[in-house]
Design a protein. Structure first.
Lengths: 193, 148
């Protein structure tokens, strides 16, 4: 069945056809889940955040002003739900201080060199991302993975555009430091070997 | 201080242009939400009241206090009008109504010497009745929400 657009299904739901909300959930569930997963760092929490976000969206659907896209509005709910869940739990997602592997470890598991390098880079970035605080992690996720510009990130997070830029800059610096340190350690290990 | 701030912002803008981190970030595989995710969400959604019902509830929550507020204000106006020495036609009419009401109420003269308007003595009673009614409505709505 052709998707008729978010607004169409929103109007259907507001008109009393609850089942129309299924189309909205089906359309956005993977994006919502991915954003929640990157901010929270684990599947269980991401699942909980995603479900909770859709429920909140349904409850406040009347308040959707239609001056932004439904996905931006939904992302804002996901962002707020993720941050509040993480703060409620008050636990660090990954307590490991050093990247636990080097590039050679990946090559011993994935025998194709290019694929091993890609996987190493991916893991290293994921590790650096998990070492940021939840707000910076969300901003980096929205900028790089969701490919949003600073204006849209500002709409999702409720921060000013300049504030988004500053936070993005600092988060990137911190991530770069973590990555460089891990790579340095990697080089030293190889020289020792 | 301002110069330093400007330099800092300029540095941020420069860094935004030459983004080293982007080279490291490869497009990630999209993680799928688990099987049955939509069904679970829809099961919770179906337990929620319809948006139209929620709208009615919200209107009711505004209309009920507004109606009681109006009654309260009317009582004060009545009290002021019936208390004046030169009575207008309206005041006479209100006086008649309040006379009927006072006949329905227990015939006890609480303040025989007081110069305050007669109906004014019923205002505390009115406030008390409204407060009781209000708390009863709140309790009823809470019970409804819990049973839902």
């Amino acid at each position: 069945m052709d998707y008729k657009g978010d607004i169409y299904y929103i109007e259907q739901v507001l008109g009393g056809k609850v089942n129309a909300f299924t189309h909205l959930v089906d359309r956005h569930k993977d994006n919502v889940f991915n954003l929640a997963l990157r901010i929270s760092g684990n599947r269980e929490d991401a699942e909980e955040i995603a479900q909770d976000s859709f429920l909140k969206a349904y409850r406040s659907l009347e308040g959707f002003k239609m001056n932004s896209t439904f996905s931006t509005w939904l992302y804002r709910i996901v962002y707020n739900s993720s941050i509040s869940l993480i703060r409620k739990r008050r636990e660090k997602i990954l307590s490991i201080q050093e990247f636990p592997a080097d590039a050679a470890d990946f090559l011993s598991v994935i025998h194709d060199e290019d694929a091993a390098i890609e996987e190493y880079k991916r893991s290293l970035v994921a590790f650096a991302l998990q070492n940021l605080n939840e707000e910076d992690r969300a901003i980096i996720t929205l900028f790089y993975y969701e490919e949003m510009d600073t204006e849209k990130i500002s709409q999702v997070t409720g921060l000013s555009r300049q504030n988004v830029k500053v936070r993005l800059f600092r988060a990137r610096q911190k991530m770069s430091e973590i990555i460089v340190n891990a790579e340095k350690k990697n080089t030293v290990c190889h020289e020792d070997k | 201080m301002l110069k330093r701030k400007i330099q800092y912002v300029m540095r941020i803008n420069e860094e935004m242009e030459m983004d080293h981190l982007r080279d490291l970030i490869t497009p990630q595989r999209v993680e799928k939400a688990s099987d049955g995710f939509t069904d679970r969400v829809m099961a919770s959604v179906r337990l929620e009241p319809l948006p139209s019902a929620r709208r009615k509830e919200r209107i009711r929550s505004i209309v009920v206090p507004a109606a009681f507020g109006l009654i309260f204000v009317s009582l004060i106006i009545i009290a002021l009008l019936t208390g004046s020495s030169e009575k207008s036609q309206m005041a006479v009419y209100i006086d008649k109504i309040s006379g009927v009401i006072s006949q329905l109420l227990p015939s006890r003269n609480i303040l025989p010497e007081a110069s305050i308007p007669r109906a004014l003595v019923y205002i505390p009673l009115g406030i008390l009745a409204l407060a009781l009614l209000d708390s009863a409505i709140i309790k009823l709505r809470r019970r409804k929400a819990v049973s839902r």
